[in-house]
Ligand binder design. Structure first.
Ligand SMILES: Cc1cc2nc3c(=O)[nH]c(=O)nc-3n(C[C@H](O)[C@H](O)[C@H](O)COP(=O)(O)O)c2cc1C
Length: 169
């Protein structure tokens, strides 16, 4: 197998969980927090990020912008539903960030991730139900639905997706 790096940015641990699950696929895979990456001497660089305002969070964004001419794959966790337009837009945004610097995206995966309870409290206190981030019934349901993710199934699906991707490496 070629050299594979899995690196992730995480605020509350969701993205790290997915990264750890994927890294179990093969002992040769290196798993690193994004702040610990010192070189990009790998055949495939896999970047995990949490979604902040519809794209990769600041740390992952900076890292992605520093990569060029590599084979890459990515995964992300987000508060929105995985089959939502928002999730599709995030996939598109992150793909474009990589492709801007001539990287080749060989695959990607995403799943829902529990939203920081402090942020939910903040949104409940600060916004009315008609605000774009306010606590209307639909949004409260989505926050509750996200709270159990990533779950066992998400991790199994992440492994399946990356097993396919790693076949070519
Ligand atoms: C400041 C902040 C901004 C966020 N922005 C979005 C967003 O734009 N879209 C979304 O679907 N989820 C958003 N989320 C939810 C996180 O992406 C989600 O909970 C993710 O799983 C957190 O991953 P982590 O535990 O690895 O930090 C946001 C969360 C925070 C704290």
């Amino acid at each position: 197998m070629n050299k594979i790096l899995i690196t992730y940015s995480t605020k509350t641990g969701n993205t790290k969980k997915v990264a750890a699950a994927i890294s179990e696929l093969n002992k040769g895979i290196e798993l690193k927090d994004i702040s610990e990456v010192t070189n990009l001497d790998y055949d495939l660089v896999v970047v995990g990020t949490w979604i902040d305002k519809g794209t990769a969070d600041t740390k992952a964004l900076k890292f992605i912008e520093s990569i060029s001419n590599k084979k890459v794959a990515f995964f992300f966790t987000l508060g929105a539903y995985p089959d939502s337009q928002h999730a599709m837009d995030c996939t598109k945004n992150i793909t474009e960030l990589f492709e801007k610097n001539n990287n080749t995206v060989v695959g990607h995966y995403h799943c829902q991730g529990a939203i920081d309870p402090q942020l939910i409290e903040f949104m409940k206190k600060s916004f009315g139900a008609d605000h774009p981030h306010g606590p209307n019934p639909e949004r409260i349901k989505r926050w509750n639905d996200a709270s159990t993710h990533p779950d066992e199934n998400d991790l199994i699906n992440a492994k399946k997706a990356f097993e396919e991707i790693f076949k070519n490496f």
